[in-house]
Design a protein around this ligand. Structure first.
Ligand code: ZN
Length: 218
């Protein structure tokens, strides 16, 4: 856990948006730009995918990221690796301290298995990813499809692994105003699903909005 504050000022950002819970958000972040995700109300789970903007086949890989940094949690200094061994982004600031990349994104199917058959109708991150992906038109006419939705990051989500290797979903460790900041090493497309989950203690059963800011590195 490496807490690192950022010197970047919100008023100097070239882009800012508030993403309500349950909504997707897609944006291109160019090499050298810095992207901040702010947990506005605290303990929100921000499911996120990254793709190389020039080739969506080169995308964020949880497996490669974990192996290269020899750690299962993401925090300041983590290099987000792609399926082809490239560094897509580096976490350059983090006031939460730890982020998950093991738990995956919530889906209607996993909601039924984990919680109850009656939860099937409830909105889930995979729906938001898919909605955002299908509406996205990238450079060179590139499109995102269902099969492009692979391993993801859950920013601000607390999924500790016990000494026995058990995966547990716990109360959040984030708080209102905590943020994580990433510098793009190559041009990337960021795809966020601001999680609508109502069955998981990680967000205190209360999904809340987030803010996204982008700066040009001077
Ligand atoms: Zn979710």
């Amino acid at each position: 856990m490496t807490i690192m504050e950022s010197a970047l000022k919100p008023e100097a950002a070239v882009y800012t948006a508030v993403v309500p819970a349950g909504e997707p958000w897609l944006h291109e972040v160019r090499a050298g730009q810095v992207m901040r995700i702010v947990d506005l109300k605290g303990n929100q789970a921000v499911d996120t995918l990254f793709y190389n903007a020039d080739d969506y086949g080169d995308r964020y890989s949880a497996q490669d990221t974990i192996r290269e940094q020899r750690s299962i949690y993401l925090t300041t200094g983590t290099k987000l690796m792609s399926t082809r061994g490239n560094v897509l982004l580096t976490i350059v600031a983090d006031t939460c301290g730890r982020h998950d990349t093991l738990g995956g994104a919530c889906a209607q199917e996993s909601n039924m298995v984990r919680y109850a058959i009656e939860k099937r109708h409830m909105h889930a991150c995979r729906n938001s990813f898919l909605k955002g992906a299908l509406e996205w038109a990238g450079r060179g006419g590139q499109r995102l499809e269902k099969r492009d939705i692979t391993s993801n990051i859950n920013f601000f989500m607390n999924v500790p692994v016990t000494p026995k290797g058990e995966l547990t979903f716990e109360d959040g460790i984030s708080d209102a105003g905590k943020y994580v900041e990433l510098e793009a090493e190559v041009d990337v497309v960021a795809v966020i699903s601001n999680c609508p989950q109502l069955n998981n203690p990680c967000n205190a059963y209360d999904p809340t909005p987030i803010q996204v800011l982008i700066w040009d590195r001077s």
